[in-house]
Design a protein around this ligand. Sequence first.
Ligand code: UDP
Length: 325
Amino acid sequence: MSTNVQKVLVTGGGGFIGSHLVDALCADGYEVTVLDLLTTGNAKNLHASMDKIRFIRGSILDESLVDQLVSETDVVFHLAAAVGVRHIVEDPLDSILVNVRGTDHVLSACFKYWKRVLVASTSEVYGRTAKVPMQEDDDRVLGATTVHRWSYSTSKALDEHLAFAYSANGLPVSIVRYFNSYGPRLDPRGYGSVMANFLSEALSGRPITVHGDGQQSRCFTYVDDTVRGTILAGLSEESIGTVVNIGNTRETTILELAELIRDYVGSKSEISFDTYESYYGPGFADTRRRVPDATRAKELLGWEPTVSLEEGLALTYEWWKKNVG
Ligand code: UDP
């Protein structure tokens, strides 16, 4: 791929997807620097790669630190962000500032030093559009600004706009939109992950709590697939100036997921239905179906998901038993 790339900066490299990305980049022989504040990220995530990387504990809100680290690298993978719908709903101000100001710092430093950059975005950007599969150039459909949930979508969309604006000025920028990644190192606290909540509930015998009627759907993407798509998009020439969905196309309802997990772990947990309000607070709006169109990823990057939900769940469960209990 990029023969002249040696040094890579990963912001958010201590996070769930970020740490798997760091492992893969180390395995590919890159010199990796990680910038992470370790709030939702975790030093344990970097256990396998810690002796190979340069780790900087810090924030993307620290403009001079970002400037310095970007100046020293060849390529930036920008994954640091406030993540997880619940987290966003609980602290919308922090989320907006981290996602917008932080990305501004990263992109302006990349522009200053002319460094290639990949921006990790999210399928949340599509909002609650009823059109599936979601294609990269589709319209976004969002709720009112009084509903905090949409601030996440909007902050990430603003990141994308910024990236495209720098791209229009010639900066080599690529954007990926993730669809419900899961796998080992899922945060057991459940930030942004129904999978983590269900695993923890099923294993403890507590009821598996499905919000609403459970007929809302997601496309669960195993983290190794997510990471492969991220590296391809971050380093290949073909993805420069574009946004690419990185998501498995198999659609699963949340009720199906609950049953799959309960049966897989052999749990006696009952599946209970709860209101959205009891988990997220009043005024929450959910996305009913979320399905990627993965055509661009295939055509541009040769990327296709390779890990089925059953295989991915088995790998996640194996890790969970050893590391969470
Ligand atoms: N969900 C659920 N029970 C939980 C956590 C989440 O039923 O304990 C639902 C949630 O309401 C949403 C879906 O699962 O409809 C996916 O939620 P998650 O936070 O994992 O990701 P999202 O796709 O909403 O960003």
